[in-house]
Write a protein that binds this ligand. Structure first.
Ligand SMILES: NC(=O)c1ccc[n+]([C@@H]2O[C@H](COP(=O)([O-])OP(=O)(O)OC[C@H]3O[C@@H](n4cnc5c(N)ncnc54)[C@H](OP(=O)(O)O)[C@@H]3O)[C@@H](O)[C@H]2O)c1
Length: 332
């Protein structure tokens, strides 16, 4: 095969802010699949905030990304060649191909996906972001009809699903997002009851107006001021699903909570979680999410960059809020 594989490797670790210089584009020959392996051509690469954490050489729930190795990442694509009886050329598969156009993988690390949905849905509402929302909503917050559930980064891949699941169960869904356009999208397109712009000077007052009966559940994606402001409205016996802290930039600095007294006086359940600890939910949650996407009940939006060379800029943009919905890279 003469086609080259273009890929992005981690060239250096960010010192404070992330920059395009932390990445390097390479072109290498495509290796044929070994015994039990499958060669996949990636169609879509998922860009996710966790990748920023992996770029640090710091203790976390997963090992750091190695320097000079292909950036990790979830992908969907098509089988090109297979040395495993369960996969044939043309099969659509989800896997962890990373930031590159082609990859070989042990067949056990790949999952066939149904072309009934657009392939990229398996990186969005029917994939990791959807599963993350599903776990936090149903296994931690457990919203009851009539309760008020707030989610930050509400216009993003995870947050957009959280509010829709809460709303489908009869709760009031309140989003927090950056800017009036994102807030309009959250209410008009995704069907949330309200959305509050955290970039507005009147954020604290706007949030208070949006939750007249207090907050029974917070799905926290952001941390910092947004989380502290929302926590002031927590009702007794409320729940916080602590999913992410992206406002700190994931640059290894500590992320304090302003007032832990609220946790005590309101008898709040605060539970951090990492999706990969909850593989047991995947079969049921995947089936539920795929059915909701297929029926149109679960609305989703994607922001798509084109070509592997544009992945670093799209990633840095997503961390700064340039995305609406799921940030993807179309590798053609
Ligand atoms: N625990 C887990 O297993 C798990 C799994 C998946 C994802 N996550 C976490 O879930 C969160 C959302 O992930 P995602 O993939 O759905 O990303 P996303 O929401 O699609 O994109 C990230 C969003 O973060 C928001 N943001 C960035 N800087 C911010 C700041 N300083 N203050 C407030 N908001 C800020 C931006 O939205 P605005 O324009 O609205 O600011 C941006 O669009 C992240 O924290 C991620 O790490 C956790």
């Amino acid at each position: 095969m003469t086609t080259l594989n273009h890929r992005i490797v981690l060239a250096s670790r960010p010192q404070g802010g992330i920059s395009p210089a932390n990445f390097r584009l390479e072109a290498v020959e495509i290796a044929p699949p070994g015994p039990g392996e499958v060669l996949v051509r990636t169609r879509f690469l998922s860009l996710d905030p966790y990748m920023r954490m992996r770029m640090n050489d710091a203790k976390s729930y997963a090992a750091p990304q190695n320097l000079d190795e292909v950036m990790v990442g979830g992908t969907v694509g098509e089988v090109v060649a297979s040395n495993h009886p369960n996969f044939a050329p043309g099969d659509a598969v989800a896997g962890g191909g990373g930031w590159q156009e082609f990859f070989t993988a042990d067949a056990r690390a790949l999952r066939k996906v149904d072309r009934a949905l657009p392939l990229e849905a398996y990186l969005g509402p029917a994939g990791g972001p959807g599963l993350t929302a599903w776990h936090g909503v149903y296994n931690i917050i457990e919203p009851k009809a009539g309760e008020t559930i707030l989610v930050s980064a509400a216009a993003g891949a995870v947050g957009s699903v959280v509010g829709q699941l809460a709303k489908a169960g009869g709760a009031r869904a309140i989003g927090v997002a950056g800017g009036p356009d994102k807030c309009r999208h959250v209410v008009d397109d995704l069907g949330f009851d309200a959305c509050v712009d955290y970039k507005s000077k009147s954020f604290a007052a706007d949030l208070a107006r949006a939750v007249p009966n207090g907050i029974d559940g917070i799905f926290e994606n952001v941390g910092g001021t947004v989380m502290d402001t929302a926590m002031r409205h927590l009702n007794p016996f409320s729940r916080i699903a602590l999913c992410g802290l992206v406002s700190g930039g994931y640059n290894a600095d500590p992320m304090p909570i302003a007032d832990a007294t609220i946790l005590l006086t309101q008898r709040v359940l605060l539970k951090g979680f990492i999706l990969s600890d909850h593989l047991d939910i995947f079969p049921r949650a995947r089936a539920d999410l795929a059915a909701r996407v297929a029926s149109g009940q679960l609305k989703w939006h994607r922001t798509v960059a084109h070509g592997i060379a544009n992945a670093p800029a799209a990633f840095i943009g997503m961390l700064g809020g340039a995305n609406l919905g799921k940030q993807l890279v179309d590798l053609g």
